[in-house]
Design a protein around this ligand. Structure first.
Ligand code: S3P
Length: 442
């Protein structure tokens, strides 16, 4: 799919990981902190904010909607909340870059405003499916249009009034759930969303922290716009999706152990730990105090002999962003790993099943793409050239493969790593990965 940048990673074989590190702030929580802080009453202080391109796109969009935000200064923001009805029309279309979360959550938040907005993004985002949010929002009375293919640009016109609906989601998607809950803050009556499987619940937790009228009852989440939303302090933990690269890297490297501090351990996000442990990974979890409604802890990882497994389908939504790096673990395991029920991976920042299968094959690993997953036969990984296709998580996953390969790996299309993990190369180098980054010919 999109290849916006021309950055290339080169990883020499023979590295190993060791030391104690903290990964940057959680991307999902950073987006939500800006959005809820902006529509709350009063000043919201955020710490640990992810200064990556995606969360910065949300921040810039909120500024364009008239919200004054100080920072980020070393992960700190001060958001001057304007209240639920205080947003102002933006002078131009909001450009959300590579960020699907920004576009889907803003669709819900802006559907109930009294002004029009246009949402656009980069090549990758302009290809991603948006009807999953626009259809239920239209049922609520929103005036929201996609392009003919169901993709952005999204055009939102002011609606007479939104009404709460009872909506059963066909796919487990925290972005869809969150879009509807945010629209529900502007709707008459109660908006109730039912999930087919558990997806990340950061929106529910943060709505509670800001005092919204939100109720969770098993797979049902509902909200009204009745309760005032008050500013709250948000402390963003380290992103487990960023930690995941190091969990796999330390597991497959020949020696050393690493400790990752202050990682978010929300149980709707820890599927990667469960899957890697089922494969034989040695990951020790030490829970700390819950921080502003989100569990956090310290993870220690030692090298381990991994085994292939059939990944339980119920863990798929709990590890949805971690499959590129889990596939690298599978390539380094003894035996076969099979993933099914994960067709969502085909509509992420790239088609993660196709792009990962191609890259693994280029490194000498047998990888068979399936319509809804992949079958990987663990084996000897060789050096070679792979394409990340502008997908940040694929670039970082193949970077970790360099710890197990018998030759150098060159990865093209790595510029988007900055969307979720600014400083990845420096942190990985400090931990012992023999990585360097260079601008390549387009
Ligand atoms: C996210 C939800 C997930 C995930 C994405 C972030 C969120 O997407 O893949 O990276 O912050 O709500 P889906 O809801 O489409 O599964």
């Amino acid at each position: 799919m999109a290849v916006n940048g021309t950055r290339q990673f080169i990883i020499e074989s023979g590295g190993s990981l060791s030391g104690t590190f903290q990964v940057p702030g959680d991307k999902s929580i950073s987006h939500r902190a800006v959005m809820l802080g902006a529509i709350a009453e009063g000043g919201t202080e955020v710490s640990g904010f992810l200064e990556g391109d995606d969360a910065m796109a949300t921040l810039a969009a909120m500024r364009a909607l008239g919200v004054s935000i100080e920072g980020p200064h070393a992960g700190r923001l001060r958001i001057a909340g304007v209240g639920r009805h205080g947003l102002k029309p933006a002078a131009a279309a909001l450009d959300l870059g590579n960020s699907g979360t920004s576009m889907r959550l803003f669709s819900g938040l802006l559907a109930g405003q009294r002004f029009a907005t246009q949402l656009v993004g980069d090549q990758s985002l302009m290809r991603r499916p948006m009807r999953r949010v626009t259809e239920p929002l239209s049922q609520m009375g929103a005036m929201i249009q996609t392009a003919a293919q169901g993709t952005a640009p999204l055009s939102i016109e002011p609606a007479a009034a939104l009404r709460g609906i009872d909506y059963s989601m066909p796919v487990a998607s925290a972005q869809v759930k969150s879009a509807l809950l945010l629209a529900g803050l502007y709707a008459e009556g109660r908006t109730r969303v039912t999930e087919p499987a558990v997806s990340r619940d950061h929106t529910e937790r943060m709505l509670q922290a800001f005092g919204a009228d939100v109720a969770v009852d098993g797979p049902h989440v509902s909200v009204t716009g009745d309760a005032p939303m008050e500013a709250a302090a948000v402390s963003v933990p380290g992103d487990i999706s960023s930690a995941a690269f190091f969990l796999v890297g330390a597991s497959i490297a020949g020696g050393g152990s690493i400790t990752l501090t202050h990682v978010g351990l929300n149980p709707t996000r820890t599927g990667v730990i469960d899957i890697l442990r089922r494969m034989g990974a040695r990951i020790h979890v030490e829970a700390d105090e819950t921080d502003a409604g989100e569990p956090v802890g310290t993870l220690t990882v030692e090298p381990a002999a991994l085994q292939g497994i059939d990944i339980p389908p119920e863990l798929v939504p709990l590890a949805i962003d971690e499959f590129p790096t889990i596939f690298i673990a599978a390539a380094c395991a003894t035996g076969v790993t099979t993933l099914r029920g994960a067709e969502e991976l085909r509509v992420k920042e790239s088609d993660r099943i196709a792009v990962m299968a191609e890259g693994l094959t280029a490194l000498g690993i047998e990888a068979e793409p399936l319509a809804d997953g992949i079958r990987i036969v663990g084996g000897a990984m060789h050096g070679g050239a792979v394409q990340a296709q502008g997908d940040h998580r694929i670039a970082m996953a193949f970077a970790m493969a360099g710890l197990a390969a018998d030759g150098a790996i060159t990865i093209d299309g790595c510029a988007e790593v900055d969307t979720s993990f600014p400083g990845f190369v420096e942190l990985a180098q400090g931990a012992g990965l023999r990585i360097r980054s260079q601008e390549s010919a387009a």
